[in-house]
Each structure stands twice: as structure tokens, then as C-alpha cells.
Write a protein that binds this ligand. Structure first.
Ligand code: PRP
Ligand code: ZN
Length: 293
């Protein structure tokens, strides 16, 4: 790896791998498709990707081996609890890979948090689990497992589990039910707190700006509509997450205006119905391809 290129750690395979690559693609990066390789190079930006196990990403970024990384908040927070100093910072929440670390109990059991007292709980997230138990003042043994945590109750390893839940299928298939959320998670963009060379730093900032733009456009829509001037106050209030809209007179339609606005939140059918009820007509909602804030 060349030292003048940015290094970013992303998951090699697994729940975040494809979406991490998609995000970079949306940010305009062309990355070689690789199979069974540890690195991949962007051909139109000074960036090398390191394709690694998600659990290794926080270490690589904290140690400065990688300048940036995309990782689940769950993995990052587990790492941070074991690190004596904070050596990486979250610079953006990416909105994909949403899941939650949850405590689960046998589906047929009447559960309260008190049930955990004196019991055993299996998890791949021992630090987050321990922190939760300590804060709730629950004395419960934490059994660390690297995978297949959902099998622990059936194997008699532990009565309860603390595991990642996304669709909930894994728990259900194993006769378990979620009973308490320990951490809500999604993928985040992280940056090393080690000093990076100023030139690389500029490149990193440029890439982060692009990624911010991609995140912003994912939810944003451009809305155009016509309305009577008297309805403007109502309409501006209804437009979701819009800054000051542009208002233009409509030729030949005294008292009517065209309104244009960038909405930074999802625009639902319900929103359009509300706008129409408020007096808006000819409402157009358009996707935004690129945005730089
Ligand atoms: C997690 C978790 C479950 C599954 C839950 O594993 O350990 O096995 O996902 O997902 P579901 O609610 O949609 O069924 P993950 O895929 O992250 O793999 P890992 O345990 O190897 O990191
Ligand atoms: Zn993992």
C-alpha cells in the first residue's frame, strides 16, 4: 500500500459489505471488483480499500493503519469499551445496516429484567452486555461466544442471549423472543484521531464531503408546486425538512405562485395529500442526483 493514498477499511463480506461499496460508488468512486483479496484500489481517487472482518475495522482505524472506516456502531462501541483512549471518531451516521443489540429470552417464558439475576447470558458483545447489566445493577454471568449465540439456550450454555437482531428471523427460528434493547445500531463512517499528513487530510475531507452529499441526497427530494399566495404559510409548514423555499410569480395567474424547495426528509404520499388540501396544485417530487452542502 502506498502511503500517499488514503486507506479505508470496510467489511469484506457480511451485512455491511455491499452497501459500503454502493455508498462509495454513489460518491463517484470506481473501485476494482476483487475476489479474495485484502485490498482494492479506486482508479479515479487516491483511495485504497482494505477489505477486512468487521471486528478488525475499529482497531485498524484507531491505530492509523486506515484513515477512514465504515463499521457498525455495535462493533465500534464494543471496541471502544475495551480501548483505554478514544482513538477514532464518528464523522457520519450512514443510515444503512440498521439493527439492534437485544437481550432475548425463550419465547414461552414470562420475562422481566429480574429474570437475569443470578442467570447466565451468552453474547458476542461481552463489554456492551456487561455495561448494560452493571448499569441496571443486575448480577448475571456473561458467557462470550464468537458466533451461533442463538443456540446457547438450547445447548444449555446460558438461559438468555444478547445478540444482534435485524429482521428477527434468527431469534424466532430458535424459539427466542427479544425482550430488551441494549443498543440501536447502524453503519457509521469513522476517522482516525491519529495525525494524518495534511495532503491526505484534504483528500479525506473531500471524500467525507462527497459521502455527506450522498447521504443527504438519499432522503432528499426536490419539490415543485403551484399554490395561491394565501396558502403559502400552510404549505411551507407542511414541506418536510425544507429550508426557505423559492417563490416565483406565475404569469397570468394573479395571486398564484410557483414554490420550489429541497426537502431533506422523506416525502410520503400523505405529505402530498396534505399539500393538496392546503391548496397546492401540480405537485412534482423529483429525486436529487448530487448535492454538495
Ligand atoms: C447477526 C446475529 C444473528 C443475525 C440476526 O449475525 O448474530 O445471527 O445477524 O439477524 P436477523 O434478525 O435478521 O435474523 P451477523 O449476520 O451479523 O453475523 P456475525 O454474527 O457473524 O457477525
Ligand atoms: Zn461479526
Amino acid at each position: 500500500m502506498q502511503t500517499d493514498r488514503l486507506h479505508m477499511a470496510i467489511q469484506k463480506s457480511g451485512r455491511l459489505a455491499d452497501q459500503s461499496r454502493d455508498l462509495l460508488k454513489s460518491a463517484g468512486l470506481k473501485v476494482q471488483a476483487t475476489k479474495n483479496q485484502l485490498t482494492a484500489r479506486a482508479t479515479n481517487f487516491p483511495l485504497d480499500l482494505m477489505l477486512v472482518r468487521d471486528d478488525d475495522i475499529p482497531t485498524f482505524v484507531a491505530d492509523g493503519v486506515c484513515d477512514l472506516g465504515i463499521v457498525g456502531l455495535n462493533v465500534l462501541e464494543e471496541y471502544r469499551l475495551g480501548d483505554d483512549q478514544d482513538r477514532c471518531e464518528i464523522i457520519a451516521r450512514l443510515g444503512f445496516g440498521r439493527c439492534a443489540l437485544k437481550i432475548a429470552a425463550p419465547a414461552d417464558e414470562e420475562f422481566t429484567l429480574d429474570s437475569l439475576q443470578g442467570a447466565r447470558i451468552a453474547t458476542s458483545y461481552p463489554r456492551l452486555t456487561r455495561k448494560f447489566l452493571d448499569e441496571a445493577q443486575i448480577a448475571c454471568d456473561v458467557v462470550t461466544m464468537q458466533g451461533a449465540v442463538e443456540l446457547a439456550p438450547r445447548l444449555g450454555i446460558a438461559a438468555y442471549v444478547c445478540d444482534l437482531v435485524s429482521t428477527g428471523q434468527t431469534l424466532e427460528a430458535n424459539g427466542l423472543k427479544p425482550v430488551h434493547t441494549v443498543l440501536e445500531s447502524e453503519s457509521v463512517l469513522v476517522r482516525t484521531l491519529k495525525t494524518i499528513d495534511p495532503v491526505k487530510r484534504l483528500k479525506a475531507d473531500a471524500l467525507v464531503t462527497r459521502i455527506d452529499g450522498v447521504i443527504a441526497t438519499a432522503e432528499s427530494k426536490y419539490i415543485v408546486l403551484n399554490a395561491p399566495e394565501s396558502a403559502l404559510a400552510d404549505i411551507t409548514r407542511i414541506l418536510p425538512g425544507a429550508d426557505a423555499p423559492t417563490i416565483m410569480p406565475l404569469m397570468g395567474h394573479q395571486g398564484h405562485v410557483a414554490v420550489q424547495a429541497v426537502c431533506q426528509e422523506s416525502v410520503f404520499w400523505e405529505t402530498l395529500e396534505e399539500l393538496k388540501d392546503a391548496g397546492a396544485r401540480d405537485i412534482l417530487v423529483m429525486p436529487i442526483e448530487k448535492m454538495m452542502l
